[in-house]
Structures are given as structure tokens and as C-alpha cells.
Ligand binder design. Structure first.
Ligand code: AMP
Ligand code: MG
Length: 318
């Protein structure tokens, strides 16, 4: 056995090769491929235009939790590796010809090592990110429910043997997803409400109203609450998608940036657009491809969905 010591964590070549050569990983990759293929088809049928991903940009998602900064200097500027393309989705909709778009978007989020064994976090992953002009949260949630139905049916049709291998019961067709609010579940289950509710549920459900990034719209009828939503996979698999109606008015963005402590200087051009011509009214969401594959194949650890280990805070050989 050959082992390398990088930092404080032992990286084992034997384990690394076992992961690359494992049969189960290929099954999950096939499911992931079926997800992406069916998603492209669904997006095409619904008229969303595909935008290609960017990996470097002067601005990226500030996220509502800390990660290690990933930035480089180039051409006299500072470029961040993409954590999500949220701002590019809004800016793309400045084009009047674009009504709706989607991106198969690689995200680099150098999560801290405390997320190494959550089963849900990688430090790079792929999110399918979409956004609609002049639509609201209810529209996006219903769109996502249709997408889930369409994609799961395609995986069942294309890979019945693979699914049967990992799921003791056939994958059911899920009806309209139930809707809960964070404040209600928190009152009922305490601070770990999302996990507890996911564990006791057998169907995906929506969770509304999270306090997080400045670009999620605040409900003007109920200040202090937010027009955002997460889709939670059941059986303890947890969050699978996040989305929101977007803040698009200059003064409201500034107010929310003050509240979240965002760096206004870094966003000066974005703010300039919001001030001068206004950002489009939009709503959208993004789901993690690896997390959907993990849920479908009932994989405990998301690091087993990928050939190449990307465990938060841990080194890898390749
Ligand atoms: P967010 O907007 O930050 O919630 O990210 C959108 C979606 O990407 C989430 O709902 C997850 O499905 C997925 N995702 C976020 N962070 C990670 C991660 N560190 N590893 C794998 N998937 C992730
Ligand atoms: Mg989220």
C-alpha cells in the first residue's frame, strides 16, 4: 500500500484507485447522466435557453456561510472561482430576447472541513441553475415539480436495473409537494428541523422562508420574511435545491446588503446596473446534480457519487 501524507490527512492511493475503479460509482454516474440528459430535454421542451457556464468572474455568490476564498489575479483584476452564477442569471435577463435560461454550472465552494462527513457536501459540484423573467416562486416550484416528475420517470425508464439494485422499493411518482415554512418547523422540531423533517418524510417537500443572501427577495407584505424556497429530499437526504424571487430594486438591494454585510465595493458594477436601468424582475432556483443522483441511488456519502474524491477540507491525489 502506498500512502502520501499531505497536510495532516493521509491520502491513500489504494483507496483512491478503488474509488475510481468501483462498479457502484459507475452505476451512480449512469443515473447522473440520465438526470442531465432528461433535464436538457425538459428544459428544451419548456423553452429555456441554455447558457454556458463561466468559471471565473469579478463577482460570484457571497453564499450565506463561510468558505475558503478561491480567487486569482489576472489582467489587473481579481477573479473568483464560481460559487454560483446567480448574478449572471439576473444580468443575462437584461437581454429582452431571453425569457428563461438555464446553466449546467460547475461550482467551486471550498467548504471547511467540518462539512467533510455530512454526506451532502463536496468542495466542487455541478448545479443546474435556472431563472425566469417575470415569474414568481409558485411558478418556479411548480416547474421544479414537473422537472422532478419528468426526470425521475426518464431514469426509471432508462435504467430500471440500476435503480432496482439500490432501491428496495420502486421509485414512486410524487404528487404535489407539501409546503412548510421554516418558522413553523423550527417551532415544532427545534433548531435541527430541516434534518428531522427530511428524515421523517417519505416524499420531497418545500421549505419556505430562509434568512440568507441579499439577492433573495424580502416579502414587502411581511418584512423580515423572504420569498425563497428549498426543495428537501426525503428519508434524511436533505436539501436538494434552493431558489427565490430576486431582489431587483436598487434601494432594497442596498438595504439587504447592509443587513448581510456584503461588500458593496466588490458589487459596484452590479449595483450601477440596478441603479441606472434596473435589474429584471425574476425568480429561479438551482439543484445539485450529485445530490439528486445520491438521493435516487440512496448513496449515504455524496463523495461516492464522484470518481474523484472532493471531500471538504481534505486533500486528494487527483
Ligand atoms: P445553494 O443555492 O447554495 O443552495 O446551492 C444550490 C444547490 O446546490 C443546493 O441546493 C444543493 O443541491 C447543491 N449544493 C450546494 N452546496 C453543495 C456542496 N458543497 N456539495 C454538493 N452540492 C451542493
Ligand atoms: Mg441552499
Amino acid at each position: 500500500m502506498q500512502a502520501d501524507l499531505i497536510g495532516v490527512v493521509e491520502v491513500n492511493l489504494e483507496q483512491t484507485l478503488a474509488q475510481i475503479q468501483g462498479a457502484a460509482t459507475v452505476d451512480v454516474l449512469k443515473v447522473q447522466q440520465a438526470i442531465v440528459r432528461a433535464t436538457h430535454q425538459f428544459m428544451f421542451e419548456r423553452g429555456l435557453v441554455q447558457v454556458m457556464p463561466l468559471m471565473l468572474s469579478p463577482i460570484t455568490d457571497p453564499l450565506n456561510h463561510g468558505v475558503v476564498d478561491a480567487a486569482i489575479s489576472y489582467a489587473g483584476s481579481r477573479w473568483s472561482l464560481t460559487k454560483s452564477m446567480i448574478f449572471h442569471k439576473q444580468l443575462a435577463l437584461l437581454n429582452p430576447e431571453l425569457e428563461a435560461l438555464y446553466i449546467v454550472s460547475p461550482n467551486v465552494r471550498l467548504e471547511f472541513a467540518d462539512r467533510a462527513f455530512t454526506g451532502r457536501h463536496l468542495f466542487e459540484f455541478t448545479q443546474i441553475d435556472f431563472e425566469f423573467r417575470d415569474k414568481d416562486g409558485a411558478f418556479v416550484r411548480s416547474f421544479m415539480e414537473d422537472l422532478v416528475k419528468y426526470v425521475f420517470a426518464a431514469v426509471k425508464r432508462d435504467l430500471p436495473d440500476v435503480l432496482a439494485k439500490y432501491r428496495s422499493e420502486p421509485l414512486q411518482e410524487f404528487g404535489p409537494f407539501k409546503i412548510f415554512r421554516t418558522e413553523e418547523l423550527e417551532a415544532q422540531y427545534g433548531p435541527d428541523y430541516e434534518h428531522v423533517k427530511s428524515k421523517e418524510s417519505t416524499e420531497p417537500f418545500w421549505l419556505l422562508n430562509h434568512r440568507r443572501e441579499f439577492y433573495d427577495k424580502e416579502d414587502q407584505e411581511k418584512p423580515g420574511t423572504y420569498l425563497n424556497y428549498d426543495l428537501i429530499w426525503p428519508d434524511g437526504y436533505g436539501e436538494g435545491l434552493s431558489g427565490a424571487e430576486r431582489e431587483n430594486e436598487y434601494h432594497q438591494i442596498l438595504k439587504r446588503m447592509d443587513e448581510t454585510g456584503a461588500d458593496k465595493e466588490a458589487f459596484k458594477h452590479y449595483l450601477e446596473v440596478a441603479k441606472q436601468q434596473g435589474l429584471p424582475s425574476s425568480a429561479g432556483a438551482g439543484f445539485g446534480v450529485e445530490r439528486m443522483a445520491r438521493y435516487l441511488c440512496r448513496v449515504k456519502d455524496i463523495n461516492d457519487v464522484t470518481l474523484f474524491s472532493r471531500r471538504p477540507g481534505m486533500p486528494a491525489l487527483f
